[in-house]
Write a protein that binds this ligand. Sequence first.
Ligand code: PMP
Length: 423
Amino acid sequence: ESSICAPLPVLGQNVTVPLVTGGEVTYAALDYAASAPALQRVWDDVAAYAPYYGSVHRGAGYLSQLSTDLFENSRRTVAEFLGCRADDQVVFTRSTTDSLNLLAAAIPADCQVFVYETEHHASLLPWRDAQVTYLNAPRTPAQAVESLERALADRDPYGPALVCVTGASNVTGELWPVKELAAAAHAHGARIVLDAAQLAPHHPVDIAELDVDWVAFSGHKLYAPFGSGVLAGRADWLQAAEPYLAGGGASRKVARRADGGVDVDWHTTAARHEAGSPNVIGVYSIASACKALTEAGFEGLVAREQELVGRVREGLAEVPEVQVLSLFGDDAPRVGVISFVVRGWNSSHFAAALSAEYGIGVRDGLFCAHPLVRTLLGSDPQDPGECGAPEAEPGERSLNAIRVSFGAGTPDEHIDRFLRAVS
Ligand code: PMP
């Protein structure tokens, strides 16, 4: 009990929103899986830095030097946060989507890619120029490992291969057996990238301990503002690849050739994939969030979040019309991300009612994981269907779901209100 952390101060806790029934109420942000509110601490750090704002890299002025230090120190903070190995690189990107697309552009031309159909589209789709094997949705963590092993055993053992897997599902919140999957990948000579977009805000992620080759995550889900992300891990493929963006900062030396063309000598550091003026504030925010979470202590944050997860699961179980979506079974360990459908309700209408009548912000839809949600709802994962507002009449099966998600800043009152509203 004593290790449970109090909710961390976040922005927006006192924002009031109008109710359709009259009056107003403080907004209950229960859509952390889409974007978490920024930590007050991150906001304060950014505000304290703002007067010292200067151009980074190569600026000769004092504030430029200070900003450059801040930017490069942020890289070290993130490397520490992720438990990076000595020769890993931390590349700053715009988001998880950007990080995974960067990696997809950097894999060797003959790389085989293995990805579960259950992934978020950001991990499912970037590999389509490669030779991709899509693995069916497993129904247990052990099945996930078995199906990967089977698929890898069939591959050309001499060519490069990459496995892409999520650490925690953005739909069910369920934890994937990352360490076991990494061991399976490596046993078959493949590499593995971890989509930690939903894992990093809720759990410590240690690259070396998990033995994954790369990790990707987004600042805006880790209690920092929008616009920055991370790809961290093995340098070799990244440095052998063409720069993700061509431009200043990525190039070490550029010269005209005698034949009239241009020769470029690209950097072999993280800068190779960071052309253009970087998002210094975004990067600094990520580092600040990493520090804040580490200082608050993940153990206490996880303990509190798990308490909330337990309360939401129990509360939802008391409403007979509610069906919680789960791939690995109701008791599978999960982070504070829970999707469900309500018999007799269209999920979009239900989510709209939570907002209009209770000031609660959740998400409805297929959560950018269409094949997974279709599997969970018992519809055909191959049916292109429609994303958005499918109509389910009372008694009909839902075609989309409602997702409630929370984390380090969530007060008890938001969970109480949510459970009251659902019941
Ligand atoms: N992977 C997962 C598991 C996610 O939940 C998300 C965001 N919903 C992403 C990737 C993509 O993150 P971003 O939108 O920040 O690029």
